[in-house]
Design a protein. Structure first.
Length: 190
């Protein structure tokens, strides 16, 4: 029995707010119980069975399928990962020289089985400029010795490289470079 007053409603002898009473009136009672005869000690009431919705069942099946596919992919990838065999350095040696009308250049290099590499490359241009670099690369790093006569270079060490230059230093270098360009034959670029 529901009695409504101005502020409160009375339901089965208890005071409840009007709002609560309206909410209770709108929502149907879903806890239907069925009386069952059975042996003593068992419950005489069984709750209403929960109905299974097809959309929820399909979503659960899809989630299960997604997890199974991802697990299969992870297993496949982990089976394909194989550590590459570590190969020790092999001794080698190579070299070449190229000559043309502009000058010549070449490169020689030798590597032993312990990872040490040494070599030399050179450049000699038709106008007389030369550069030769001799280098070593090993457990102590890369070290080079550069011998050149190119204008604008000076004989001084830089990091692990030593420069030996026979070019004229300072303002004389610019005059010598201009004289070398005037005396060099003109070649049109093609």
């Amino acid at each position: 029995m529901l009695l409504c007053t101005r502020r409160h409603s009375v339901r089965n002898g208890r005071k409840v707010s009007r709002r609560r009473a309206k909410q209770a009136a709108r929502v149907p009672y879903t806890g239907v119980a069925v009386a069952v005869r059975g042996p003593v000690g068992r419950s005489v009431f069984q709750p209403r069975r929960k109905e299974v919705r097809p959309a929820a069942a399909a979503a659960a099946a899809m989630n299960t399928l997604t997890i199974a596919v991802l697990a299969a992919c992870a297993l496949t990838v982990s089976c394909q990962l194989v550590a590459a065999p570590v190969e020790l350095p092999q001794p080698y040696s190579f070299g070449y020289v190229s000559n043309d009308i502009e000058g010549s250049h070449g490169h020689e290099e030798t590597g032993d089985g312990s990872g040490r590499v040494s070599g030399r490359y050179s450049l000699s241009l038709a106008d007389g400029r030369t550069r030769t670099v001799t280098y070593v690369a090993d457990e102590f790093g890369y070290r080079a010795d550069v011998v050149t006569n190119e204008p604008g270079t000076e004989s001084r060490p830089s990091a692990d490289t030593t420069f030996t230059s026979s070019a004229l230093p300072g303002p004389d270098a610019a005059q010598a470079a201009d004289a070398a360009l005037v005396g060099a034959p003109f070649r049109a670029s093609s």
